[in-house]
Write a protein that binds this ligand. Structure first.
Ligand code: ADP
Length: 250
C-alpha cells in the first residue's frame, strides 16, 4: 500500500468527484425513469414495446443503485465517535445476514476476547465496514463451493483492538490482491460489483486512525484484519464500560 496520508487524500478527492458525477447523473435519470414509467402505464402498447420498456426500466434501476452507492461513498463524513461495544456491533451486523448464512450454508464462528474494552468510534461507519467485509466473504464462499466457514476473531494487539474476518472461500491471486483497495476495482463484473466496498472501508478505518490489511491465499481463503486504537487506560473507566450494554455518552 501507498503512504496512508496519500491514500486518504486520494480517497477524499475521488469522493468529491463521485458526488459530482452522481448529482449530474441523477437529473437526466429522473426523466428517463419517469417517462418510461408513464409509458409503461399505458394500456394500448404492443407487447414487444412493453418488453423494451422493461429493459429500459431495469437498466435505469441499476444506474439508480450505482448512484446510490457512489453517494454513500462520497458522503462519507467525519466520524461521529461514541463509546461502543465492538462485539455487539459485529453481532448486529451478522444478524442482518443470518438469512443469507442459512440459505448459503455458511457457518459463522466467533472467537471473541471478552476481556477487550469498549472503544471510541463511529458505530454507523464501523458497521458499514463490517458489512462490506462480511458480504464480500459471503459472495466469495458462494462462488467457490456450497457453503463455508466465516470466522471472526478479536484480540488485543498492543494498544489496538484487532478484528479478523476470515473466510475459506477461493482466495485471491497476488495480482487481484494488489488492487483490491483501489476505488472501482472489482472482479465481479459491472452487474454485481462497484469496486467501492473496500476503498470505503479503507477510508473509514484511516479516519479512525486504524489499519486494515489483507492476507489471502489463492484456493484457500481470505482474512481481513482491522486494527483500531483503544483508548489509553488513564482516560477510561474499564469496569463500567464492560458491564454496560449501551455506549456510554461522551
Ligand atoms: P466489489 O465487492 O464491488 O467488487 P470491493 O472493493 O468490496 O468491491 O472488492 C474488490 C474486489 O476484492 C472484489 O471484486 C474481489 O475480487 C476482491 N475480494 C474482496 N473480498 C474478497 C474475499 N473475501 N475473497 C475473495 N476476493 C475478495
Amino acid at each position: 500500500l501507498r503512504d496512508k496520508a496519500e491514500m486518504a487524500s486520494r480517497l477524499a478527492a475521488i469522493g468529491e468527484m463521485a458526488a459530482g458525477i452522481a448529482h449530474e447523473i441523477n437529473n437526466p435519470l429522473t426523466g428517463v425513469i419517469g417517462f418510461s414509467e408513464l409509458l409503461a402505464a399505458r394500456e394500448d402498447l404492443p407487447e414487444d414495446i412493453m418488453a423494451d420498456l422493461q429493459v429500459i426500466n431495469h437498466g435505469s434501476q441499476r444506474v439508480v443503485e450505482i448512484v446510490r452507492r457512489l453517494l454513500t461513498f462520497a458522503r462519507q463524513n467525519k466520524p461521529v465517535k461514541t463509546r461502543l461495544n465492538v462485539h455487539e456491533l459485529i453481532d448486529n451486523t451478522l444478524e442482518f445476514r443470518s438469512y443469507v448464512f442459512k440459505t448459503a450454508n455458511i457457518e459463522v464462528i466467533r472467537k471473541y476476547d471478552q476481556n477487550l474494552p469498549w472503544i471510541t468510534a463511529d458505530p454507523g461507519q464501523l458497521q458499514q465496514v463490517f458489512l462490506n467485509l462480511v458480504i464480500n466473504a459471503e459472495q466469495a464462499m458462494r462462488k467457490a463451493h456450497d457453503g463455508g466457514k466465516l470466522t471472526i476473531t478479536t484480540t488485543r494487539e498492543d494498544s489496538f483492538f484487532s478484528i479478523c474476518i476470515a473466510d475459506d472461500g477461493p482466495g485471491m491471486t497476488p495480482e487481484v490482491k494488489a488492487k483490491i483497495f483501489q476505488p472501482f476495482f472489482t472482479t465481479k463484473g459491472p452487474k454485481d460489483g462497484t469496486g467501492l466496498g473496500l476503498s470505503l472501508a479503507m477510508a473509514i478505518i484511516l479516519d479512525h486512525h486504524g489499519t486494515i490489511e489483507v492476507e489471502s491465499e489463492y484456493g484457500r481463503g481470505t482474512a481481513f484484519t482491522i486494527n483500531l486504537p483503544m483508548d489509553s487506560p488513564e482516560t477510561e473507566d474499564w469496569t463500567v464500560q464492560q458491564e454496560g450494554l449501551t455506549p456510554k455518552a461522551g
